[in-house]
Design a protein around this ligand. Structure first.
Ligand code: FMN
Length: 364
């Protein structure tokens, strides 16, 4: 049973201040490449209307050469608060991309300095900037100069266990003008393996004046509270815990504001949400949306008898109709089970966000 201490409640009672931007939530939805598009954010925002959301990371070089906003940079009109995340190693390209992002509606610009993927790091972007701190400083300075919204940085604790430089790096980002730092408590070498080292987040928090957001292994309300207690961070950012579970940010936000747990969605609620997600993706992206929906559907279908078989089928759907039919059938079967079995409350067989396997995805 999780408990919100009066001290923690008090510490987080005021809005999160990112420069001149005030956010009425201490729980953020992370940028997730291939996931956190406008459709996904709409779902998360339904349960967490006050929370900051991030677009998928956008390549500033590509923007520079193509001169056309990619779909992943699109934000809903009036979507707030929203940060557009950019990656690159060229300060001038990033400065220009940031101006385009502000024109699209970004409340803040986030620079990705944590992505471990080779394709990004070999071109000098993402976590490779941890090894090029001077370039990282120049990037922040250039972007701060180019836009009048706050500029933030999301990074990792270091390149490898032998090269942990989170404290010095974070200080340099702050000195360069970053207004918030999100720290994923893993090294680049770790990828997504092993536990996040929250102790490094605590060290960084103890020396920075700007807000520090803790990231890594926030899969539940309990984990969020533990992390906030252990690190002293100003907020938490949820990532893989939201895959197939867009309720998580709202659940944590609700708990931090009230000290009361919100009712978890049942298996049936989750499958209904999966169906809605599929239809929304299809409406927004057409057949490409259906192909993208396959992975989401398999993340939703967890924690009940027959889930493995359903996942097998969902990961091969060829049309929105086929996906809806499979989900409708699964919902009908569960409803029947609910009315006939001794399980009085279907939530008895539902699973919390932790059930979403931590080894699901390792793309970025
Ligand atoms: C599928 C996927 C896509 C990601 N895309 C991005 C991204 O675009 N930008 C970014 O800064 N981090 C990205 N990340 C990293 C997460 O935002 C987060 O830092 C990481 O997953 C650690 O948090 P967790 O342990 O709670 O998952 C991605 C992670 C995953 C699993």
């Amino acid at each position: 049973m999780v408990f919100l201490s009066p001290a923690l409640k008090q510490r987080l009672a005021n809005p999160l201040k990112i420069g001149k931007v005030e956010i009425r939530s201490r729980v953020l939805q992370s940028p997730l490449s291939g996931v956190s598009d406008l459709v996904f954010r709409r779902l998360v925002r339904r349960y967490a209307p006050d929370s900051m959301m991030y677009t998928e990371m956008v390549n500033a070089s590509r923007l520079y050469y193509v001169r056309k906003l990619p779909k992943i940079m699109e934000v809903d009109p009036n979507e707030q608060p929203i940060s557009i995340q950019l990656f690159d190693c060229r300060p001038d390209f990033l400065a220009e991309a940031a101006q385009m992002a502000v024109a699209e509606g970004a409340d803040t610009i986030d620079i990705n300095m944590g992505c471990p993927v080779n394709k990004i790091t070999k071109n000098g972007g993402g976590s490779s900037l941890l090894r090029q701190p001077q370039t990282a400083v120049e990037i922040v300075c250039a972007v701060v100069k180019a836009v009048d919204v706050p500029v933030t940085v999301k990074t990792r604790i270091g390149w490898s266990d032998q090269e942990i430089n989170a404290v010095e790096f974070a200080q340099r980002m702050q000195d360069a003008g970053a207004q918030m730092l999100t720290l994923h408590g893993r090294t680049r070498s770790q990828g997504y393996h092993g536990p996040a080292k929250w102790e490094w987040i605590a060290r960084v928090k103890s020396v920075l004046q700007i807000p520090v957001i803790a990231n890594g292994d926030i899969f539940s309300v309990e984990a969020a509270v533990d992390c906030l207690e252990q690190t002293g961070a100003d907020g938490v950012m949820c990532s893989r815990g939201t895959l197939g579970y867009p309720f998580l940010v709202g659940e944590i936000d609700h708990f931090l504001k009230t000290g009361q747990p919100r009712n978890s969605p049942t298996v049936i609620d989750r499958l209904r949400c999966a169906r809605e997600h599929l239809v929304m993706l299809w409406e927004y992206k057409g057949d490409r949306g259906v192909r993208q929906a396959r992975k989401h559907m398999t993340w939703y279908a967890k924690g009940f008898a027959g889930a493995a078989e359903l996942r097998e089928q969902l990961c091969r759907i060829g049309s929105v109709e086929q996906g809806c039919q499979l989900l409708d059938q699964a919902i009908a079967d569960l409803e029947k089970l609910k009315s006939t079995s001794a399980v009085s409350n279907i939530s008895d067989i539902s699973s919390p966000a932790q059930l979403i396997s931590q080894s699901l995805v390792t793309s970025c």
